[in-house]
Design a protein around this ligand. Structure first.
Ligand SMILES: Cc1cc2nc3c(=O)[nH]c(=O)nc-3n(C[C@H](O)[C@H](O)[C@H](O)COP(=O)(O)O)c2cc1C
Length: 144
């Protein structure tokens, strides 16, 4: 099992229909190819975690990199791993607002279980934690 986390900058004129299109195509392709993951949208940026077989993920990333709806794709982390984090999600999606980030930050930093250095070093872990917290805020798993 392989996992890649990247960030990218959203193209200026992107709208809700573009996001719907990305997600509907992604979910069809991903379920046919054993890909799972999450996509976060915050502050004009995407952060995506993709998980699946290594070849499949590398090929998919090449395709995503060419997508003109975003640019400046930066790989934040990639690694082999045993299990999927997003087993049930062909592509989970959440748009984060400042207030959500605030809530998430507060819970992330409770009990000091996450330090600022970890934030910089382990982006995937941080996003997973974000995601666990964010799930509380999601009413419908598969829709915008
Ligand atoms: C931020 C972002 C994330 C995407 N994630 C996926 C994904 O997880 N799976 C996928 O198949 N396509 C994803 N896409 C869409 C692909 O770039 C591509 O448009 C789509 O797979 C359709 O490709 P096709 O026209 O060759 O069928 C993503 C695009 C963007 C901009």
């Amino acid at each position: 099992m392989y996992e890649i986390t990247y960030s990218s900058i959203v193209k200026k004129d992107i709208n809700k229909d573009d996001i719907k299109d990305i997600l509907s195509k992604a979910r069809i392709h991903n379920s046919a190819n054993g890909v799972t993951g999450c996509l976060l949208y915050y502050n004009k940026q995407f952060i995506q975690i993709l998980e699946g077989e290594k070849e499949v993920i590398k090929d998919l990333l090449k395709k995503i990199e060419k997508d003109e709806r975003h640019f400046n794709i930066r790989i934040l982390a990639e690694s082999e791993k045993e299990d999927r984090t997003f087993k049930k999600w062909t592509m989970a999606y959440k748009e984060l607002s400042d207030s959500t980030i605030q809530t998430l930050n507060e819970s992330l930093f409770e009990n000091n279980f996450l330090t600022f250095s970890e934030l910089a070093d382990k982006p995937t872990r941080v996003i997973r934690l974000f995601w666990e917290k964010a799930q509380r805020l999601i009413t419908d798993n598969n829709r915008l």
